[in-house]
Design a protein around this ligand. Sequence first.
Ligand code: NAP
Ligand code: GDP
Length: 344
Amino acid sequence: MRTALIAGVTGQDGSYLADLLLAKGYQVHGIIRRASTLTTQRVDHIYEDPHNPDVRFRLHYGDLTDGTGLRRILEMVRPDEVYNLAAQSHVRVSFDQPEYTADVVATGALRLLEAIRDYVDGGERQVRYFQASSSEMYGTTPPPQNETSRFHPRSPYAASKVAAYWYTVNYREAYGLYAVNGILFNHESPRRGETFVTRKITRAVGRIKLGLQDKLYLGNLDARRDWGFAGDYVDAMWRMLQAEKPADFVVASGESRSVREFLEAAFGYADLDWQKYVEIDPRYFRPAEVDDLRGDASRLEREMGWKPVVGFTELVRMMVDSDLELARQEQTLKNAGHDITGSG
Ligand code: NAP
Ligand code: GDP
């Protein structure tokens, strides 16, 4: 049985990857951060009683800011594959917390690579490492972006991801580690964090449709993104670690849409006119924006046979359907006298 370690298992991608690896028969270990509230909602459906000796999914407390703890987890878990999906992953927040973002996203990846470098003991042990790199690294470089396009990061998040990208390449070249970058374009799902624009929109569609909300405040509607489905992207991550030779790949759908087009698709699917509800709040503008991302994943298709399964329209519908259901549950609670928004 192969063993995988996922940093960032409680996040959108970590939870889909855990689903995928468990289905493939892996033993899956995840790193979770200690918090005063539970953060395991996205993996609750696969949680098993750790007292059961045959359990295939286990969680360990750890943090990318704590290198010693990461080393201890590696020694305990003895993984064949390590997926680094952990990050302060919000671009706008990275302008407010640049040092913290760099510590987790850039130095955090370095800590994990350092721990692996020592763990493999000069090649005595084999570990494959996946780094979740980002299309944000391209910044101002015009589309289509591929593996040879220039990086021009436009946020502390993107600059930190560029550092982590190069640490990964450097550890491959310097120490012969099997370490690869997946340059991931935006990917979404019903499990996407609620402050990313797609989920913010589909959450609002559900709540507006059920009369729980009447306005949606957004920033720049002209930005264009290449939006795919997270379930497809974790499959690409896994494939990249199965290849004979380590290499970096763009993972993208190849299509781009503006935020405005996403609004039209999501509100339209629920028979709503977005222009009646959306207002612009400059708070959501970024000090420097990334205008246009559209990835060229032809290398991944050619060499690894990967192609996205879920298209844009299906993705939007999947997210709206899920958020309509969530809004219905919220409304049921409200009708029963519970107000989960806490506004009284
Ligand atoms: P996400 O939902 O924000 O999940 C991030 C994960 O990282 C969570 O499990 C989070 O834990 C964990 N984490 C945050 N800080 C940590 C720390 N200091 N130590 C250990 N774990 C920490 O992000 P995602 O959408 O799944 O994205 C996965 C990865 O792909 C990230 O590295 C992201 O930057 C990258 N990426 C994502 C996209 C995209 O469109 N989704 C595109 C390009 C690249 P908590 O649950 O405790 O917060
Ligand atoms: P990003 O591509 O990783 O920054 O993903 P986001 O979903 O956070 O943002 C995608 C695009 O939507 C960016 O160009 C944002 O400027 C734009 N956008 C417009 N309004 C909003 C908003 O209210 N929240 C977020 N998160 N993004 C917004």
